[in-house]
Design a protein. Sequence first.
Length: 269
Amino acid sequence: MAFRVKTDSFEGPFDLLLYLVSKQRVDIGAISITSVVDQYLGEVARMQKLDLDVASDFLLVASTLLEIKAHSLVPREPDSPEDEEIAELSPSEARDILVGRLLTYKQFKNAAAGLGGLYAARGAMLARTFGPDADLRSVMPDFLRDVSLDGLAYRAACCYARREVFLLESEHIASKPIPVEVQVRALHRRIANRKSLRFSQLIDEGSATPVVVVTFLAVLELFKRSMVDLTQDEEFGDIRIDYIEGSGELVFDGESERLTSFEEDFHVR
């Protein structure tokens, strides 16, 4: 049963009071929160058994009314992002937000009541047991009557041996790795012939991320060996790669281990 309140400006259900305050049909300043609390405590004292639903409804509605009244009477410094958001709104907008909290609570409460009703209704039902009825079990043949455990294992092994064996390719899961050393050699041959290239010419929009990473590592490797010069006119702009004449042959003696560590760091192999 809903709690009813009586004040100088309103008499009726407590929920209705909050609704009228939210619609500005009742002045929040004319509502004495102390009087409302006293009436509620008197109602609780007359109850033989405390109704938790009524108690929780009262606490939520009373706290919402108190917050609305505090916002309308006393300005305060916001302590949280949510309070700061409410403080920046007009009193009517803040009141709407606070009432929205109550409506959300009501929605969940009604949903809980509906679920409780379903639980009570379904509790009186008995689900049909799985499998055939007990009366039909005796007419079903026992397929394993003359089969021993060893015989069952043998038949299972025969079925397993007749299965179709196929090879699952993994290219659709992960592309084949591109070793950094291979990319360095390919880039060195290309830049030695062309003398000058741009990084955008080495990749395209459809290049996979591992390909872009390996290509960039190859450029850095040639730059580290003083075989190319790198020029970038603007931040995040295209990189110009110029071949240095007389830079010597590309040799990887003792370098394979270091390049492999590059590949592991960037997950390209």
